[in-house]
Design a protein around this ligand. Structure first.
Ligand SMILES: Cc1cc2nc3c(=O)[nH]c(=O)nc-3n(C[C@H](O)[C@H](O)[C@H](O)COP(=O)(O)OP(=O)(O)OC[C@H]3O[C@@H](n4cnc5c(N)ncnc54)[C@H](O)[C@@H]3O)c2cc1C
Length: 344
């Protein structure tokens, strides 16, 4: 029997996982080998790559770096992170005192965000105290949750998409991160667990970096040859340059059971698209088989999608985005009597 002490510490972020009974949320994955993150302690991970995905969003790859004490024990281990789960990243509170150099990759974003901060808040660094997500932790660190988009269990590697926030404490710290640096992660925190063919269709609404948990779930279902669920992704971004994982989504489009529609909220063109919902400037930027609409997602779009998705009971809906976005989708679903809804 599992005792309370054996359970990993609460992530303290107020997420579904913390609010609900977390005993049912931490599930061992089907493997005879143990996962590196079992036990709920922070573990060292080497940052092996950083790349830019959009102006403010970057993709970081991490690989487990066994410590000297761990190395023999960790030899036969794998890294299990179930799709849609998040991890906790921590960094030292006093990092500003160590003069860490900024990574060149972040310079263009940094220049613009500093300007924004100057206008809005009186300058970067205006926020003195870093909020703590992981309340169980000593005051030497601050921590933030992030959701892996891709996991390589055997290589003990995972990737996260991180949208940098102006004046955000972790966002500031991450700009000093270089490939070769070590950071500490713990987890995993699982809120939603998909079971193979649990429903006929899965309809996902994602906004911006809210794509992370949804992408990892969709990718896992497509990887599973025995899962025949029909998958629909409705993805909302500001503009075409802000579409995250665009190439990966295009590849997913080759599967018979996957389709995606992207809605852009910021209209920058001057053609008639502004009034007609169709835009000729956009068509030149759209790749083969992409469905991109030059307008915000509206209630009518959600209603049409649900009517096409068949019986309400056979549909599972996932939502991940800002509060305002989630509310818009949720209100429509409630009106249409859709009950199987999970919000990240
Ligand atoms: C379960 C879960 C999973 C998540 N997964 C991801 C993920 O995969 N990818 C991702 O990018 N994010 C994810 N997040 C969000 C992430 O954890 C952080 O909240 C985010 O990166 C911001 O952290 P920060 O330390 O940079 O900002 P914080 O320091 O926490 O600041 C929060 C906000 O306050 C604003 N702020 C800070 N200082 C000031 C100031 N002086 N004046 C005005 N405004 C200010 C910042 O701009 C920011 O918008 C997730 C969150 C949760 C709960």
């Amino acid at each position: 029997m599992t005792s309370e002490d054996d359970l990993p510490e609460c992530c303290g972020s107020g997420c579904t996982n913390c609010v609900l009974d977390r005993k049912t949320k931490f599930r061992k994955l089907p493997s005879s080998r143990t996962s590196i993150l079992d036990g709920g302690a922070y573990k060292p991970f080497l940052c092996t790559n950083i790349s830019q995905c959009s102006f403010n969003t970057f993709r970081f790859r991490f690989q487990h770096q066994p410590s000297l004490v761990e190395s023999t024990d960790a030899a036969g281990n794998e890294l299990h992170i179930s799709p849609g789960s998040h991890l906790m990243l921590r960094a030292p509170r006093d990092w500003r005192q160590t003069n860490r150099p900024t990574n060149e990759l972040f310079m263009p974003w940094r220049a613009q965000s500093m300007e924004k901060a100057r206008v809005q808040n009186g300058g970067i660094g205006a926020k003195k105290s870093a909020e703590k997500y992981d309340q169980s932790e000593r005051d030497l660190y601050f921590s933030r949750p992030y959701t892996p988009i891709r996991v390589d269990s055997n290589a003990c590697e995972f990737e996260v998409l991180i949208r940098l926030e102006v004046c955000g404490e972790m966002s500031e710290y991450l700009q000093t991160l270089h490939a070769g640096d070590v950071m500490e992660w713990k987890g995993t925190y699982t809120g939603f667990l998909w079971e193979r063919n649990a429903r006929k269709s899965l309809l996902c609404f994602a906004q911006g970096v809210g794509l992370a948990p949804i992408y990892s779930i969709l990718a896992a279902i497509l990887d599973d040859e025995e899962d025949e669920t029909r998958l629909k992704l409705v993805y909302c971004c500001r503009d075409i340059e802000g579409i995250l994982m665009r190439d990966e989504l295009l590849k997913m489009g080759a599967f018979w059971n996957f389709e995606a529609a992207v809605y852009l909220s910021r209209k920058v063109c001057s053609c008639d698209g502004k009034t007609t919902r169709r835009c000729s400037c956009l068509s030149s930027k759209i790749k083969y088989s992409e469905r991109i609409f030059n307008h915000r997602l509206e209630k009518i779009d959600i209603e049409n999608l649900l009517h096409r998705s068949g019986q309400q009971d056979s549909v599972q809906v996932l939502i991940c985005g800002t509060e305002c976005f989630t509310k818009l989708v949720e209100n429509c679903l409630t009106r249409l009597n859709v009950r199987n809804v999970y919000k990240f």
